[in-house]
Design a protein around this ligand. Sequence first.
Ligand code: ADP
Length: 256
Amino acid sequence: MKRVVIKVGTHVLTEQNRLARDRIMNLISFIVELMKRYEVILVSSGAVAAGYTKIKLNKQMVENKQTLCAVGQPYLMSVYQKKLERLGFLAGQVLLTADDFDSRKRTQNAKRAIETMLKYKILPIINENDTTAIEELVFGDNDQLSAHATYYFDADLLVILSDIDGYYDKDPKKNEDAKILKVVNEIDNKDLEDECSPNHAFATGGIVTKLKAADFLLKRGRSMFLSSGFDLKDARSFLLEGKHFGGTLFTPKENL
Ligand code: ADP
């Protein structure tokens, strides 16, 4: 059975300081459909934003951000869990930091837990452990964390569900004539050096971290699909019908 990692961003999970419940419900229904066909691992952002829906702390201060994450992570998990249980599945929480991928031993420990969850059809839900992660050890964005999870946990494909429906030749929010790139085989170094450009108060990613994630995977012979998390139709056609209508597929030339 093929293994996929699905990464969903803060922007998709929240709206106007609330959890976007309809989108979360759609996402979980989609993941349950996928679980019949694939082994699925979810990487979910949104803990800090979920915490902020409960208590309005100034998130510019590190200790407040840690606190928002501590409050928001179990809240978000409970929403996932309730919906999954209604559909007959369980969720397992996995909090990782960059150093979990640093040593073979730690990576193997995490992998063993993930493998066991997958064996029992439990959905592993990964997030970065923002409550205690030390500055230099953190990925700082779940795009790169999910790329590492894809590679080290032996997944075939990373699917990033974003607030944008693909990778464009320029920022589509600023350029009306931007064109979507359907298939990308390699990423130019200069595109990896642009400043991060998240367009949401709680987002830490932006397109650059997605390109870094894609670059990490392309260099290791793996693929990544970037499509909308607001409307799952492109991800659905790609993963369940094998049809590539919308979204961008990053794949090494030799895989085509
Ligand atoms: P997420 O919350 O899903 O992680 P982000 O909002 O952090 O997503 O990053 C996606 C955003 O990056 C898009 O909404 C878009 O405004 C911006 N962006 C900048 N350049 C590009 C580009 N070339 N193609 C697509 N999106 C781009």
